[in-house]
Design a binder for this molecule. Sequence first.
Ligand SMILES: N[C@@H](CCC(=O)N[C@@H](CS)C(=O)NCC(=O)O)C(=O)O
Length: 228
Amino acid sequence: MKIFDRPGFPNPARIRIVLAEKGLEAQVEFVSVDLIAAEHKHSAFLEKNPSGVLPVLQLDDGTHIAECTAITEYLDNLDGNPTLTGKGPKERAVIHMMQKRAETGLLDAVGDYFHYATPGLGPDLQAFKSPEWGGRQEWGNRQRDRALGGMKYFDAVLQNHPFVAGDAFSMADITVFAGLMFADAAGIAVPEDCSALKAWRGKVTELPSVKNRSGQMFAADDLRRLGF
Ligand SMILES: N[C@@H](CCC(=O)N[C@@H](CS)C(=O)NCC(=O)O)C(=O)O
């Protein structure tokens, strides 16, 4: 299997956590795609994923699987013991529901703020993000507010449950974790009063599959190219 990704970016990090959780890291070859140079917006990559985003899993038979949820489903079920996407119908449904809320209400909202209300990953990629659109700054700022709303929502959830989708660590936790990782990089602070979310984050950061992965947002050479 091959994974087309970029170390340090939030969606690729989701799959790296899944691979670590499932003990599959040694079975994949990572192929780095240059997001800052917008390599993922050109035909060679778009043939793998027409959405033009990372990561993409390539199976040995040449099948390409995009979308972290789909990749996670595949990897989680390879051993016949799905630990991240749920076992019975109810568990699977709740995990998928919470995952979707984490994606739309937090991770994607942070990404939209980052790409539309800040210089994002620089001019090469900005050229693909509607630079002519006059309303981008205001819309981007609204996405930041949406992300802050997402943080408050997950804080409320975590006041009553140890993990995002209930009693066990799941794909939904991984998405929230990646959302907070991206929020750090985009400069969106977790509200002071979100103490349950902060405590959950401290606990998740200590998991072996996650440890040393937080704070790795953007590799050092990418940071230099972005002017930091
Ligand atoms: N819903 C997608 C999101 C993927 C995504 O947005 N990936 C980011 C990297 S963290 C990306 O490729 N961004 C490039 C862009 O927005 O042009 C998934 O679950 O895989």
